[in-house]
Write a protein that binds this ligand. Sequence first.
Ligand SMILES: CC(C)(COP(=O)(O)OP(=O)(O)OC[C@H]1O[C@@H](n2cnc3c(N)ncnc32)[C@H](O)[C@@H]1OP(=O)(O)O)[C@@H](O)C(=O)NCCC(=O)NCCS
Length: 153
Amino acid sequence: MFTIREAKLADLNTLKTLEQCVIEAERPFNNSIKAVGAHYYDLVDLITQDRSVVMVGESEGKIVATGYIQIRASKPSLDHDEHGYLGFMFVDPEFRGQGINKIILNSLINWGNAKGISDFYLDVYAENASAISAYEKAGFSSSIIEMKLNTSD
Ligand SMILES: CC(C)(COP(=O)(O)OP(=O)(O)OC[C@H]1O[C@@H](n2cnc3c(N)ncnc32)[C@H](O)[C@@H]1OP(=O)(O)O)[C@@H](O)C(=O)NCCC(=O)NCCS
């Protein structure tokens, strides 16, 4: 049976391992990711602060899916003062393709809605086709494109 719940500090070691899985999944899309010692998230902060939550999906007591939302201040030019920023989207390879990420996303969006948030953003590599497909199925559409240039070579 698949269930979801808020992560707690006792999950920290598992979540740190899964953070590395996300980094390895994204490494093919960005050759600037550090070869060793790369980290993405301040997990203690995300778990303990009032303005964020980490959701985990469990199957038979094992964490097989993750995601977080953090309420952030929006740009002054926008018609919303705050938005929900989503990240740490991960589903165990054995559980992919079953719409589990959508369950995590919906729980995070519901959490944001309950806090008065109705605008949600996330970043995804343009080449990460399965992630983009998952987000589109949850209602997201593409917005900004980041462009980069390296002049050191
Ligand atoms: C991105 C991710 C969270 C999506 O989770 P999910 O629960 O598998 O999402 P979905 O079930 O909606 O499947 C999304 C797409 O994955 C692909 N997919 C389907 N089955 C798959 C499988 N067994 N293995 C890998 N990818 C699969 C398909 O392209 C699918 O899209 P489609 O249904 O339109 O064909 C998951 O693929 C993942 O953890 N990837 C590695 C980490 C990562 O890249 N995170 C995103 C950072 S922005």
